[in-house]
Design a protein around this ligand. Structure first.
Ligand code: ZN
Length: 82
């Protein structure tokens, strides 16, 4: 399954706390069938996870430093037109 790009958030405007891994790569792996990658550099941050388990997570990408939040699968990303 292709990775879904995560939504980049601005930690200065978004008050939520986020995970800051000290390595590059998925911080959680297993438990579901959804894979999420950094919205900026496409590094996989969550691999084969269940959306229900990670939906409230925000993660700082270990590679490019952008803070990513898990997108809602019911709200398709903008710019995708049929
Ligand atoms: Zn990144």
């Amino acid at each position: 399954m292709p990775a879904t790009a995560m939504k980049i958030i601005n930690p200065r405007r978004d008050e939520r706390s986020y995970v800051v891994p000290d390595f590059v790569g998925p911080i959680i792996s297993g438990g579901g069938d959804a894979t999420y990658s950094c919205g900026k550099c496409r590094t996989v941050l969550l691999e084969n996870v269940a959306w229900e388990r990670v939906k409230d997570l925000a993660i700082r990408c270990g590679k490019c430093g952008k803070v990513n939040s898990v997108p809602d699968p019911n709200a398709p990303p903008k710019g995708k037109r049929r």
